[in-house]
Write a protein of this length. Structure first.
Lengths: 330, 330
DNA sequence: ATCAATTATGCAAACGGTTGCACGATGTAT
DNA sequence: ATACATCGTGCAACCGTTTGCATAATTGAT
């Protein structure tokens, strides 16, 4: 039915192997025949069958992006979705396809199938998958973890943004703005990145530590913030683990009539699209997801081509300063 | 290197074709041999090579989800990301892989390659791709449009939620709550779904029509809302095209000291995670993205299996009533 | 002009499955 | 007991490429 390499060969008056070599640029071909082959390809509207090609070459031409999502929210998480965009771009630039696979439901089989059934040449994994058992089944299959694994940190291959440095930067910025009692709000300690952010907060924060972790909802952050702000000696600034926490905090400040940024300063992690439209616009520790995605793909390809061993890449975070932390009048 | 079907056959003492039949359940096999084959597969940790399988069977075992994204925001768009989650789930349940492909940059080649290089068995397309030229190259290749195409509406295959009915419902709800002058805020007329939502708004809104379309930013919505609300005879309720518009509107109401929902009622499209944490929590026209994704995959498979011709599926929207539209005290 | 080195292309065997056809074994009806 | 349908399995061709090896054609040096 479909036009094959043999049809092209026939029309060009050459052998199919010659056509293959023209396509892949694998050998020296006379300009004349090369031209005839191209002409034949054009005339027949030939598209090589990627399945046959993969089978013969042993390369699937795809990478898998694994995500542990219990519900749809994990997909709309800006960190994931923006990284995914960058990953797709970088992969497409190399002629690679991106397969997404949710590994949460079927217990672990997903990753194993993707590699063992030759569906992908490499994997981008979430840090939660890094466990000794899985690493064993992965063996020396090329993979990159997007984020810092909690365990096996130095023996695995990962790319992450520097959460610790980001939090430090946030605290130092607030201090420079004259805020004195800086608290940390939001996030759950079972997530590694929250722990690292809190460590950064602690590094930079010489004074009293006030750490309020939540169940991840804005509602919970709101309640904790209200409780804390009602105290006599309450914080005058917060580093928020995400925009949801900042949202809850803003609501608390409104209700308690504590103007932001005059009375309360706020810096939040993750640059949600709404952050700059909030009231006041939020100062943000921005994660360069484009770079993160791009770097993870680059590293993965180096692994696929066997050019490097395990490597760790840490990108630094940037502060996007908006009104919510600008106490000093300009 | 890898263990093949022949290794399994050898160990089980049968022919490879028998192993194939056991795997695919394509023929009647003696329970005894079936058991021997399974045992051999287990012992050798056999995983069939999906590439070989695809080549022989002519089915890639993957569907492609195409998106026209200029930037990363299109990926974090809740409509897209939630649908994607549902699509992945539904596909995985059938043993299918999901390939995502951004078609915006390379002008059309993406879709063509995906189908002609046998990378996917079917496509899920965004409505913006539906143009005569592309439909011609697609031919009778199985596809489903996720959303209503602006053109060729009755000749294509699509799944969408009923934006028109959703907007009608929003207006009727506001009317029942006693609001009189209802305006429409947000969205761009070049987007088909915005046009349909506005049509629904017009259907239900007997009175004066006030339609304020924006460039899609919250900032723009805010400015338009302020302008409108400063007029002597200003609207007392808004249907917002999305959460960004609602966000801008809320800011305008705060500044002009028009309490929501007492003075101004608000219903917005799209259930963003933050919507229920806004102040006040937003009443929402909720789109059942899970159902939308599930249905689009189901329809796509029916097309792949050649069971049906072009079909259109329209799902109805639901109203999630929260404080922003509840004028009547309970 | 001869021979070696190089270049361009063909041949055929993989890659690892699926599947139509054939055939022996078993079961059923007469 | 014979004929015929059914069941279970093997054989081998095929899916559409890639690629190592062989060979024909070309070039260059002597």
């Amino acid at each position: 039915m479909a036009v094959t390499i043999h049809d092209v060969a026939l029309l060009a008056g050459v052998n199919s192997s010659t056509v293959s070599r023209v396509i892949n640029g694998k050998a020296t071909i006379t300009p004349d025949t090369k031209e005839r082959v191209y002409a034949a390809m054009r005339e027949l509207d030939y598209h090589p069958n990627s399945l046959a090609r993969s089978l013969a070459s042993g390369l699937s031409g795809a990478i898998g992006v694994v995500v542990n999502a219990r519900d749809a929210e994990a997909f709309s998480n800006v960190f994931f979705s923006r990284s995914l965009f960058a990953i797709e771009q970088a992969a497409q630039a190399r002629g690679y396809q991106v397969i997404i696979a949710n590994g949460a439901q079927s217990r672990g089989g997903t990753i194993e199938n993707l590699m063992k059934e030759h569906k992908v040449d490499g994997l981008i994994l979430p840090p939660t998958t890094v466990k000794p058992a899985l690493m064993e089944t992965i063996g020396d299959f090329p993979y990159v973890v997007l984020g810092t694994p909690d365990t096996l940190r130095s023996e695995t291959c990962w790319v992450d943004n520097n959460n610790e440095q980001g939090a430090e930067m946030a605290v130092r910025h607030l201090q420079k703005q004259g805020y004195q009692r800086i608290a940390y709000l939001g996030g759950h300690l079972k997530r590694g990145f929250t722990k690292r952010r809190i460590r950064g907060y602690q590094n930079a924060n010489g004074g009293t530590e006030i750490i309020l972790t939540t169940d991840g909802t804005a509602e919970n952050a709101y309640m904790l913030a209200v409780g804390e702000l009602k105290k006599a000696e309450h914080p005058d600034a917060f580093v928020c683990n995400d925009n949801l926490a900042a949202f809850g905090l803003l609501k608390a400040c409104r209700e308690l009539r504590l103007p932001v940024p005059r009375e309360i300063g706020i810096v939040a992690f993750d640059n949600y699209p709404l952050a700059e439209y909030m009231d006041p616009p939020l100062t943000i520790v921005d994660i360069d997801t484009a770079m993160l995605g791009e770097q993870s793909v680059q590293l993965l390809f180096r692994r696929i081509e066997n050019k490097v061993g395990n490597q760790q890449i840490m990108l630094s975070a940037n502060l996007v300063i908006r009104a919510s932390s600008e106490r000093k009048a300009k």
